[in-house]
Design a protein around this ligand. Structure first.
Ligand code: BMA
Length: 362
């Protein structure tokens, strides 16, 4: 019973906080929660930038060439921006990326950004694990202020993603991924679990609080090196720093171990449910799609698992660069009909499907 002024004040404060929370909920989170169980959003890295038979033609997309529609989720890579490069490490001009990611948002899609920064200490790429970086860029480290300068540049880019009214657009940031592997300077070869946790925490806190990036959702995505919940959480920075629990996984598919992909996604999903967070297969694919039935028979089978199809928000395949490797087939490739069939499955949401489901959930 509320019967004195202090209790009334407390009740009002609690009410105000709860209203504030729903007002402040990220639009992407609201949308993904609203369509959960209606289908899994399909994503493709660099989809609007280049494909197997074209590059930098506005409106083009390999997913659209094959299926007739754009993906619902668009992946982008920011590596190089921290060095003030005009193009990212895969030659995508940052201006083009800005324009296309705004376009993707206006069409109803979701943008997710990865970042493979060059080391602020020696300018070496993310894949150079010869020297120690993380320890020196953490608070108190010799290169901490230079690292903050890198984050400042990153924040400027994120802040420039605005709609016509000048409001900042919501987006997903997926930093320090695959930290359970040994191939990045934030990986197991060159830093401790505590250091990578602190790096994650510092980066998110700095971007959210110092740089006021309130429209950012954060994804945590180790690679496939876990079996249990506690193993998955080895590098987890904490609930305050993460909104989406993810996994990158190419290798289990490569080994033909789809069952393991399913089991690992179950671990991710169960944790996401416990923590009231979203879950995703943040990166996957078969390099050069060498199995022309991979989409329906491998990825499709995994995504059709009953728990996964009910809970997982999105699955994203990696980029299609004719000079390096491709994870989505060109329209004239032997795997294209199968990819089309996979994308036509009611369980997979392309952009129009996603927009329709959002409308219906309103
Ligand atoms: C890797 C490869 C590289 C690329 C990097 C960052 O998986 O595609 O060619 O530079 O991602 O996008």
């Amino acid at each position: 019973m509320i019967n004195n002024p202090t209790q009334i004040l407390i009740a009002l404060l609690i009410f105000a906080c709860s209203c504030n929370k729903s007002i402040n909920q990220n639009p992407i989170e609201i949308e993904l929660k609203a369509v959960k169980g209606k289908g899994i959003l399909f994503g493709h890295q660099d989809d609007l930038a280049y494909g197997m038979n074209w590059s930098y033609i506005k409106g083009e997309s390999d997913v659209k060439r094959v299926s007739g529609d754009y993906p619902a989720l668009f992946g982008w890579e920011l590596g190089g921006i921290e060095m003030k490069h005009t193009h990212n490490l895969d030659s995508v001009p940052f201006e083009y990326m800005r324009e296309m990611s705004i376009k993707a948002y206006e069409m109803g899609g979701i943008n997710t950004f990865s970042w493979h920064p060059f080391s602020v200490i020696n300018g070496e790429s993310s894949w150079n694990t010869e020297s120690v970086v993380v320890k020196h860029i953490l608070p108190g480290g010799s290169h901490h202020s230079q690292f903050k300068n890198q984050l400042d540049i990153l924040a400027d880019f994120f802040k420039s993603l605005q709609n016509k009214e000048g409001e900042m657009l919501p987006f997903i940031f997926r930093p320090w991924h695959e930290m359970d592997g040994s191939w990045f300077w934030w990986g197991t070869k060159t830093c401790t679990t505590e250091e990578v946790k602190e790096l994650f925490q510092f980066s998110v806190q700095y971007l959210r609080e110092e740089k006021a990036l309130t429209s950012m959702l954060v994804a945590y995505s180790p690679d496939r090196n876990f079996k249990s919940k506690s193993e998955y959480l080895t590098w987890y920075p904490g609930d305050d720093y993460v909104d989406i629990l993810g996994m990158d996984n190419y290798y289990d598919f490569k080994l033909g171990k789809e069952k393991q992909v399913i089991e690992k996604l179950h671990v991710v999903i169960e944790l996401a449910k416990e923590k009231n967070k979203l879950s995703a297969l943040t990166e996957t694919g078969l390099s050069n799609v060498t199995d022309s039935l991979w989409f329906t028979q491998k990825l499709g089978k995994v995504l059709n698992d009953s728990l996964i199809s009910k809970e997982l928000s999105y699955a994203m395949v990696w980029r299609s660069d004719p000079k390096v490797h491709f994870y989505f087939p060109a329209e004239d490739h032997a795997a294209a009909p199968d990819a089309r069939e996979f994308l036509n499955h009611p369980n997979i949401l392309l952009l129009k499907d996603f927009n329709r489901e959002k409308k219906q959930s309103n």
